[in-house]
Design a protein around this ligand. Sequence first.
Ligand SMILES: NC(=O)c1ccc[n+]([C@@H]2O[C@H](COP(=O)([O-])OP(=O)(O)OC[C@H]3O[C@@H](n4cnc5c(N)ncnc54)[C@H](OP(=O)(O)O)[C@@H]3O)[C@@H](O)[C@H]2O)c1
Length: 178
Amino acid sequence: MKASVFIATSLDGYIARENGDIDFLSGDASPNPDEDYGFQTFFDSVDALVMGRHSFEKVLSFGEWPYRVKPVFVLSSKHVAIPDELSDRVEVMSCSPAECCSLLAKRGMDHLYIDGGNTVQRFLQAGLIQTLIITTIPVLIGSGIPLFGSLVHDIKLKHVHTQHFDSGLVQSRYEVIA
Ligand SMILES: NC(=O)c1ccc[n+]([C@@H]2O[C@H](COP(=O)([O-])OP(=O)(O)OC[C@H]3O[C@@H](n4cnc5c(N)ncnc54)[C@H](OP(=O)(O)O)[C@@H]3O)[C@@H](O)[C@H]2O)c1
């Protein structure tokens, strides 16, 4: 099983404001409105998304479901209501990152897209993420929900590639050194 992160952060390392707003991610109008920063290629490469409950609730608030028919697994220790129209593609799981990877591997999945700050941190701590693709937005927001958190030991990364875009966004790809 391979697991990857594709996420955007402010330059000071936040993926959302404290209240969950992600308004700063869209930034100024891009000079190239068709630029997707490699998202579609990445999305096509994954078999499923695994996201934390907070991220799921945020995506639901958009009104339009962005992940089409791709399977989405929502991690939560609580009861999470899934809208009827998503019940064929969204499932709630309550398990450790290791159990989640093992269960989904048994269901034939090879590559997972891990999303949500807290969830990414738990999978990183468990040594289950191989690739991080981080797009940095040129803005400081001062406080918010951090992408990374405390660790019990260092996680070494290998820088693979950095690309900058006319919009000012900078995207770096790292592989986790096992
Ligand atoms: N900048 C970006 O590209 C980007 C990407 C994704 C999300 N976001 C934003 O980030 C915010 C959400 O991030 P977040 O760090 O607050 O939370 P999150 O990772 O989306 O969700 C955290 C919640 O997921 C559940 N969870 C995670 N791992 C679990 C496990 N192994 N077992 C059971 N439950 C587990 C827990 O929910 P329970 O409390 O129910 O147990 C936990 O409180 C949202 O505002 C979202 O819009 C931004």
